[in-house]
Design a protein around this ligand. Structure first.
Ligand code: SF4
Length: 325
C-alpha cells in the first residue's frame, strides 16, 4: 500500500537528499494491500486542478500534499486545502509522518499575507491552518500562527479559523499567544496511545500534549478544542478508551479517529486495518463518554470535512448548554 514515491521527481529528490534521513537505516516493512474501504479515486477533477493552481500561485505548502493525504481528490475538488505554515521541513521525526525532516528555512514574512489571499481566493467559510514543528524557534512559531490568524481575519472576516498546532513543548507562553489570537477551534492531535509514544512520537510527551489541550480551554473557555488519534499502529481497544477518558478529563470537545496509513516502507509499519464497524463502535463509545462531536472512520483526518463539522460542533454546544439551563 501507500505512497512509495509518487513521481520520478520525488524519487530523484529522495536519492539526492532523503526526505527522512533519520529513517534510512530502518528495516523495510512489508507493504500491505489496502482493503476496499480505503481505496480512493486518483485526483483529476477541474476543481482539484483549480485548488492546486491557487496553492502554487501563492507559494503555499499544504499538509494535504506533504502528508500524502488520501482525501486530497475529494477535498481539493471542494477547494478545501489545509495550509501548512512555516515551511515544509519539520524539526521532529515522528515515525508515522511523511513531512520532510531537517533544519527548516527562516520564516517567510510574506506568508501570513499569502495565506490570507489564498483563503480569500478559495472562498473558504472555514479554514484549517497547521504547521511543521519549529523547535528551532524561540516561541515554536506561536507569533507566526497569530499573524496568520490576524491576516485571515482582516481579509475574510466571516471565515472561521481552526488551528492544528504542534505541542510547543518547552516553549513557555507560546500557547497563550496562539489562543489569544482567537482561533475558533484549537486542535492538537495526540496521534496515538501513551504506550506507543516512544516509538511513534519520540519527540513528544503524552501528558504535555494533553495538558496543552486542557490549558487552551482554560485560557479561553469559549474556544472549541479538538484532538485526534490514528489507529492501526498496534494500540489495544482499552488503550483507545483510556485516551478518550483522558481527553474528556481535559474538556476536549471533538475527537477524530482515523486509520494510520504508512507513507513509505521506512515508516512505522501498519499493525492492522481497523474495520468500518470497529470505527462505528469507537464513535458510539466516544459519544457516550461525552464528546460534543466525534468523527471516526477509516479515512477520517483532522481537517476532513472540518467546515461542516464546525457547524455541527457549534450546534451541539448550543443544544448541550440549552439542556444544562
Ligand atoms: S483531509 Fe485534510 S489533509 Fe487531507 S486532503 Fe482533506 S483537507 Fe487536506
Amino acid at each position: 500500500m501507500a505512497v512509495i514515491y509518487e513521481s520520478v521527481k520525488e524519487a530523484a529528490e529522495q536519492r539526492d537528499r532523503p526526505r527522512h534521513p533519520e529513517k534510512m537505516s530502518n528495516p523495510d516493512s512489508p507493504v500491505l494491500r489496502k482493503p476496499p474501504w480505503l481505496r480512493v479515486k486518483a485526483p483529476t477533477s477541474p476543481g482539484y486542478q483549480g485548488t492546486r493552481k491557487i496553492v502554487r500561485d501563492h507559494n503555499l505548502v499544504t499538509v494535504c500534499e506533504e502528508a500524502g493525504c488520501p482525501n486530497i481528490g475529494e477535498c481539493w475538488e471542494k477547494k478545501h486545502a489545509t495550509m501548512m505554515i512555516m515551511g515544509d521541513t519539520c524539526t521532529r521525526a515522528c515515525a508515522f509522518c511523511n513531512v520532510k525532516t531537517g533544519l527548516p528555512e527562516p520564516l517567510d514574512a510574506n506568508e501570513p499575507d499569502n495565506v490570507a489571499k489564498a483563503v480569500q481566493k478559495l472562498g473558504l467559510s472555514h479554514v484549517v491552518i497547521t504547521s511543521v514543528d519549529r523547535d528551532d524557534l524561540a516561541d515554536g512559531g506561536a507569533a507566526h500562527f497569530a499573524h496568520v490568524i490576524a491576516e485571515i481575519r482582516a481579509a475574510s472576516p466571516s471565515t472561521t479559523i481552526e488551528v492544528l498546532t504542534p505541542d510547543f513543548l518547552r516553549k513557555d507562553g507560546a500557547l497563550d499567544v496562539v489562543v489569544n489570537a482567537k482561533p475558533d477551534v484549537f486542535n492538537h492531535n495526540l496521534e496515538t496511545v501513551p504506550a506507543l509514544y516512544l516509538r511513534v512520537r519520540p519527540g513528544a510527551r503524552y501528558f504535555a500534549s494533553l495538558r496543552l489541550l486542557q490549558n487552551a480551554k482554560e485560557i479561553n473557555p469559549s474556544i472549541f478544542t479538538k484532538s485526534g488519534i490514528m489507529v492501526g499502529l498496534g494500540e489495544s481497544r482499552e488503550e483507545v478508551m483510556q485516551v478518550m477518558d483522558d481527553l474528556r478529563a481535559a474538556d476536549v470537545d471533538f475527537l477524530t479517529i482515523g486509520q494510520y496509513l504508512q507513507p513509505t516502507r521506512k515508516h512505522h509499519p501498519i499493525d492492522r486495518f481497523v474495520t468500518p464497524e470497529e470505527f462505528k463502535a469507537f464513535e458510539a463509545t466516544a459519544y457516550a463518554k461525552g464528546f460534543l462531536m466525534v468523527s471516526a472512520s477509516p479515512l477520517t483526518r483532522s481537517s476532513h470535512h472540518a467546515g461542516d463539522d464546525f457547524q455541527r460542533l457549534k450546534a451541539a454546544r448550543s443544544k448541550a448548554s440549552g439542556q444544562a439551563h
